[in-house]
Design a protein around this ligand. Structure first.
Ligand code: ADP
Ligand code: MN
Ligand code: MN
Ligand code: MN
Ligand code: MN
Length: 381
């Protein structure tokens, strides 16, 4: 169904559960890690934990450098289970990762690499270092997205609006300049409710500044869970989009050459940063980032083939996004801030830091691991 951005809710009344059988919607990302596949399996008993969900198989690309010949059989292993907000409990959404064989992860399986980096925080095999106070890493991601027309322009885009020099639409409601600014609010709010129902740790949403641009936040989540929760929140969003007949894009640059940019700001803390006086550990991490070569981390932040984030970070016409070749820590040029300490964190002297470089299409597992490598281990100095 194509309604070209117009809101149209298509649904039918709920069918009551009359049997003990449970529907499991298996969800997995492809090589991009921001596009999803799903298939459905019926089981006779309600799974109590993800370990009760059987492995399955499916076909998928093995590499981000997708070639037809790499569309190979995979083992699809459940890693996280959520309630199903579309069918309601006891039906489930089951997130899976991809394995070539039972013990060999697929090339596209960045979750396994993320787990390794999170383990390295407990016990670094390279240096033998085991911190006395566990790092206990937490992450939060601000997921921006745009509802688009079929040509990928924002649904409510009109050329005369193409000015983002002020935050005119950010947090707006009702009508601004005689235009309805909130055509997609029902999608945004239903998405938040659906995430909460599912058990996805979503913590808020806002109307963003671009035409038909919105954001929701996930977190804080410990370690690899940020990826599990973000991926399921994305699936729920795209799945709701199906019901509304709305096209949702997670691309950071939906139209090449046009300054509609979406980010996926990555927020991060370890236990010492969250405790009294933690700001000094936040500054320590930021100093490591400032001294590091940014390129390896930016490559981890954008593993897409179209390298949209490079366009975003080198574009000079848009505002509100950092620059690839300039490290700006807070300061007065707030538009271009690379790493930010949120004002409340500054005021309380403890909390977390925010890296504003990741794109909306970010692979959360790779990014979380990359940021730890950069600002805790100093791998890119
Ligand atoms: P912004 O002011 O940059 O728009 P938001 O309110 O949109 O910030 O998002 C804040 C993000 O920070 C959320 O994803 C939230 O989960 C995350 N966050 C909050 N506290 C912590 C913490 N201690 N460690 C890591 N992330 C955190
Ligand atoms: Mn078949
Ligand atoms: Mn935000
Ligand atoms: Mn934002
Ligand atoms: Mn932010």
């Amino acid at each position: 169904m194509e309604t070209n951005g117009k809101l149209q809710f298509v649904s039918m009344p709920d069918i009551p559960n009359s049997s003990k059988r449970v529907i499991l919607e298996y969800v997995f990302a492809n090589h991009t890690n921001y596009q999803f596949w799903s298939r459905v399996k019926v089981v006779d008993r309600e799974p109590k934990t993800v370990n009760d969900c059987p492995a399955w198989d499916s076909y998928m690309w093995n590499s981000v450098y997708q070639k037809d010949s790499e569309f190979i059989p995979m083992l699809t292993k459940p890693v996280a289970m959520f309630e199903n907000p579309f069918l309601k409990s006891p039906h489930k959404l089951v997130l899976c990762d991809m394995w070539k064989t039972n013990d060999e992860p697929a090339g596209i399986n960045t979750r396994v690499q993320c787990l390794e980096t999170m383990e390295r925080l407990k016990n670094d095999p390279k240096t033998g270092f085991r911190p006395k106070v566990p790092h206990d890493p937490w992450f939060g991601i601000e997921q921006e997205y745009i509802v688009t027309r079929s040509d990928n322009f924002p649904a409510s885009y009109e050329p005369k609006d193409n000015d983002y020099s002020t935050l005119i639409l950010y947090c707006s409601m009702g009508h601004v300049h005689d235009r309805n600014v909130a055509l997609e609010r029902d999608l945004s709010m239903k998405h938040l409710q659906a995430c909460i129902y599912a058990g996805v740790n979503a913590c808020g949403c806002i109307r963003e500044n671009g035409p038909s641009q919105w954001e929701y936040q996930v977190g804080p989540c410990p370690g690899v869970e940020i990826g599990d929760h973000l991926q399921m929140s994305r699936y729920i969003l795209l799945r709701l989009g199906e019901q509304y007949g709305l096209r949702v894009t997670l691309k950071s640059v939906p139209v090449r050459g046009e300054a509609f940019f979406s980010s996926g700001h990555l927020n991060f803390s370890v236990r010492k940063m969250r405790e009294e006086g933690g700001i000094k550990f936040i500054h320590h991490a930021i100093n490591l980032l400032a001294k590091s070569d940014p390129i390896p981390l930016l490559k981890i932040y954008d593993q897409t083939l179209d390298q949209g984030n490079t366009e975003r970070l080198t574009n000079t016409s848009g505002r509100w996004h950092p620059k690839q070749d300039e490290f700006v820590f807070a300061g007065d040029r707030k538009d271009f801030t690379t790493i930010r300490i949120p004002p409340l964190v500054e005021a309380e002297g403890r909390g977390y830091l925010e890296d504003r470089r990741p794109p909306s299409s970010v692979d959360p597992y790779a990014a979380a691991a990359g940021l730890v490598r950069a600002c805790i281990f100093g791998d890119f100095l």
